[in-house]
Design a protein around this ligand. Sequence first.
Ligand code: ZN
Ligand code: ZN
Length: 428
Amino acid sequence: MKKRANKALELDDPLCCCEYVDRHGGRSHMAACCCDCEDLDEACDRWMKREPQNPDSLSRVAATVTDRLRVPWISGAKKVDLSLIPPLILLPILLHIAALHYLLGIIVLTALPGMVLWYYYFTHRKKGRTLFFLSLALFSLLYMYYLFLTEVMPRGDVTNLQLGIITLGVVLTLIALVHTKKGPGYVRPSPADTHSTVTYHSPPPDVDSAYHNGSRHQVVIANRTSPAEQGAEPRAVAGSVLEKDSSRRNWCPFCKLVQPPRAGHCRICGACVLRLDHHCVWINSCVGQANHRSFLLTLIFFLLTSLYGISLVLRSVCPTQSLLTALLYCPDVYSQSSSALCFTCAWYSSIVTGGLLHLLVLQLINVSYNVTEREARIALRDKTGRSLIWGLIIDTGVYSHGFRANWTEFLNMGETLEPKALKPTDLV
Ligand SMILES: [Zn+2]
Ligand SMILES: [Zn+2]
């Protein structure tokens, strides 16, 4: 009801860049962010009178604050997600603390990935959406570039060509990221799915649709390609039963549609994604059929830029040592605050690069075996795939057609999907 009223309000008199529709459905202005907050007044009143607070009054005040925290936008002021902010404040502070002394450096650079991992598992368990990781990833990239310009360049050891290569790397990473954010390729309901809402039920909880997607799909195809062994009528009946069974198993109760083979439902995005690989918190989006290639490209551009940047920084702050030795032992680096900060950032970048390099290796192996991250996880859980080299390689054997054919399929997938025009707000 409120939504419809807001729509009418917007159509009658469009919002200016500083106006917005607040959480109660009323029209508000950014300049009025401190006015007329009954919840805050009530909480202050109770605090002054030393009366106990209402149990939900603080959460109502927090909801009002987050609702009023906005930035001007063309079609009305946009809400700022609070999870964007901590990385912007914490990262520079922590890196500067770590640059004070090597012992502080060890503590901060050990605690920082630990805290990020803890927050990752915390949000992942709650299946909540957060912009914290995207903010941390983007800000880390841009902050490292800023420090390269302001701290490393003035030392005079980096040529303009080397700066140009680093700048090109940052730009290419951002372009590939924008492309990845265009979307993973969502499953669209077909007219046949309308019938499915009445007929089919959700699959049993102990059976995962992803694995059966693959095997069932193959059984149906096998039926179609062996006419000599079966008569026309039984074959049609068997095919129809199997297809119905397959549809029942591939039915998504959340999106109310039948998933095509290899599609999966993402509980964080709340949508079914074609050839779902995984939900990546660092880009705040799923990786699927439409954006898997650009996701890999983003990783590759980032890693190349980062490795080259680290090597330039270490050569500048520790010219007497070889690159690997410099990262472990660099005498007198803490004698100057500038060189200490550069060295700390080289270490921070190395930790991030190490994590992403591991992810890239896993992704390249998965593509070589034509397995998605989701299928590999399910095969491990159900013990249906071959696990090689301590679980680094998971071969389900369902879709693999050989190394070359798998890569050809990967590089050509997504060609048929409709490209989506990207709005600036889609980046988050
Ligand atoms: Zn779904
Ligand atoms: Zn997702």
